[in-house]
Design a protein around this ligand. Structure first.
Ligand code: TPP
Length: 603
């Protein structure tokens, strides 16, 4: 049966048809849809975890217990899960376990760019990479088999274009009827990594990689496609598709087992062509591995090491290096490429983060100092706003411009604590969302208590993981299937840690937001402010929109500082788009207006 599937859908279906019985994840673009697709599959236990480390740990438990398991995350998620990942590489497994890392070349929606192929070599585990949805589907079965045959986790790497592009998949398998029953085989030598056992496993890891080197030589989905023998292109993943478009007619070696690489196959291919090049996205992973074989190869001298590739970029590199001729200029009038006006990412109309970030800008930044891109000294009365990762990070952009740092998920509290312990004279507020607080913010807060810090933590609690598409988390109790379980109570959690000063406020009540922050930063105790308000997009909030009363408007433009997408300026006139404004449930602009010119629209 043929189906049009994205890479993520194909990964989910491929795993299902391979007898996967357990799946865990923490959301993160471009990986999120894998678990979302699995969640409706019968016979599979699936769950969002509190973070990627726990997702992998829970997955390890299931695989040890004899159930084929899939654990998915975005590239930076594997940094969080690196500790159990390396440990799993050491212990090996019982049932097959696949760790899917979806990388984001070009940082479409990530805090950093990194090439997770390094993790395979680093942890000494096999890696597989599909070049399209068909392979994503098929390779799942191979990955589970490799995992079980070689007693190893398999790193399955996808990238944004593989995960999100749709292509036709020949769905040629069905879910086996005899999915294995759970069974843990007791063996402390294998599963208890005290040094004496770990040293034995360490030897097993090297033996495993040696066997895998042999195994990949005959892997059926690595493919030599011979054309013109003047040029041989070795490639993998989405870069293979780009290369096929550019080097029309050349010979290709498509690799899906990208660690370890099939040495003999590569030698054979290289011996059959005059020149070998590697086309790969990000780091020269394949290029370096191939060069180590003593094969003369080039690639990164003409293909960028940064960002996502596309056929145009590959073509430009190939022309520059003389591999292909410059295409003749056509006589026909060229149709100019469609220019899409650039749009800065911004918070939605009615977003509960807007008000608190507006207040932070107002009280933490000296309004007489112009925003600048170069570092500047802070005045003493200014405050440092250490932020985290979530929708609220968009508050870094003008006109809000309310944030000073954003390091990685959960870092806002630790970074703020570090600054105050280092002795900077400025007060500070650490800002993070409810999902991020659960993910890894809470450990920072425990450290604040332990170190007797006085950090003020502002949790922007919109009761969802909004940035990645409204997933539940322990604070909401909502599972991946939408069922409701017990909620971890934020206030009580903070209280249990030892925070005495906890204030819950409405995120839309600007006066209270301001007075609470001002009070908290002045105390010597650590404090937590929970600014609560529903995500307008998720709750589809829409009330009678506001409008500008032209007679009262003094054209001070202060409402523009809120950065609401519903408010626009034409000439000197301010207008509120009634289709976008959510109305009184928000009302932030009306609170900001000094002349009470923003009023509910009269019908
Ligand atoms: C290690 C890591 N995992 C996952 C992500 C993807 N991600 C970005 S923000 C975010 C959580 C946002 O939720 P929350 O803190 O509640 O803020 P909101 O977006 O709801 O405002 C996630 C999961 C990431 N950037 N880094």
């Amino acid at each position: 049966m043929k189906q049009l599937l994205s890479g993520n859908e194909a990964i989910a279906l491929g795993a299902y048809h391979s007898g996967m019985g357990f799946a865990t994840a923490y959301p993160g673009t471009p990986s999120t849809e894998i678990l979302q697709n699995i969640s409706s599959m019968e016979g599979v236990y699936s769950e969002w975890s509190i973070n990627e480390k726990v997702a992998l740990e829970v997955g390890i438990g299931a695989a040890y217990a004899g159930i084929r398991t899939l654990v998915t995350m975005k590239h930076v998620g594997l940094n969080v899960a690196a500790d159990p990942f390396f440990a799993l590489a050491t212990t090996g497994t019982n049932a097959g376990i696949i760790v899917v890392s979806c990388d984001d070349p070009g940082e479409h929606s990530s805090q950093g760019e990194q090439d997770n192929r390094h993790f395979a070599k680093f942890a000494k585990v096999p890696m597989i990479e599909p070049t399209d949805s068909q392979e994503a589907y098929e390779l799942m079965d191979w990955a589970f088999k490799i995992s079980e045959e070689f007693d190893t986790p398999v790193l399955f790497r996808s990238t944004t274009r593989i995960s999100h592009c749709k292509s036709v998949v020949n769905v040629n398998r069905e879910r086996p009827s005899n999915v294995s029953d759970p069974k843990f085989l007791r063996s402390s030598a294998k599963y208890v990594m005290v040094p004496s056992n770990a040293r034995v496993r360490r030897i097993a890891m090297e033996e495993r990689i040696a066997k895998l080197r042999e195994y990949v030589e005959n892997f059926p989905l690595n493919e030599m496609i011979m054309g013109d023998r003047k040029l041989g292109v070795i490639s993998s993943g989405i870069a293979y598709q780009n290369a096929r478009e550019v080097f029309n007619g050349a010979s290709f070696l498509k690799l899906v087992t990208t660690y370890p690489i099939p040495e003999k196959l590569i030698r054979k291919f290289a011996s059959e062509v005059e020149k070998v090049i590697v086309i790969e996205e990000l780091d020269p992973h394949l290029e370096e591995e191939i060069r180590l074989l003593g094969i003369d190869v080039s690639g990164k001298d003409f293909i960028p090491i940064i960002g996502e590739l596309n056929p145009e970029i590959v073509e430009a590199g190939a022309i520059k290096s003389g591999l292909i001729p410059t295409p003749p200029r056509s006589n026909t009038t060229e149709v100019p490429a469609v220019q899409i006006p650039p749009r800065r990412p911004q918070l939605c109309a009615g977003c509960p983060h807007v008000g608190p970030e507006f207040i932070l800008r107002k009280i933490a930044f000296d309004s007489s100092v112009k925003p600048s891109l170069t570092p500047r000294e802070m005045t003493e009365k200014e405050m440092v706003i250490t932020s985290d990762i979530g929708c609220y990070t968009l508050g870094v952009y003008e006109p809000l411009g309310a944030l000073d740092t954003c390091v990685c998920m959960g870092a806002s509290i630790g970074v703020g604590l570090g600054m105050s312990k280092a002795g900077i004279p400025n007060k500070g507020v650490a800002v993070l969302g409810d999902s991020t607080f659960m993910h890894s913010g809470v450990t920072g807060l425990i450290d604040v208590v332990y170190k007797q810090g006085n950090t003020t933590v502002l949790i922007l609690d919109n009761r969802t993981t909004a940035m990645t598409g409204h997933q539940g988390h322990p604070g909401t109790g909502v599972s991946v299937t939408g069922t409701k379980g017990p909620e971890v109570n934020l206030e009580k959690l903070c209280e249990g840690i030892g925070i005495k000063d906890i204030t819950v406020i409405s995120a839309f009540d600007l006066e209270t937001v301001e007075s609470t922050i001002r009070r908290c930063v002045e105390t010597d105790e650590p404090s937590v402010i929970i600014a609560r308000g529903p995500c307008a997009l998720r709750e589809k909030i829409k009330g009678t929109p506001f409008e500008i009363d032209a007679d009262s408007c003094i054209q001070c433009h202060e409402c523009l500082d809120v950065g609401c997408p519903a408010i626009c300026i034409t000439g000197e006139d301010i207008n509120i788009d009634p289709a976008v404004c959510v109305g009184p449930a928000c009302g932030v602009c009306a609170q900001v207006c000094p002349s009470e010119a923003i009023v509910e629209m009269k019908r």
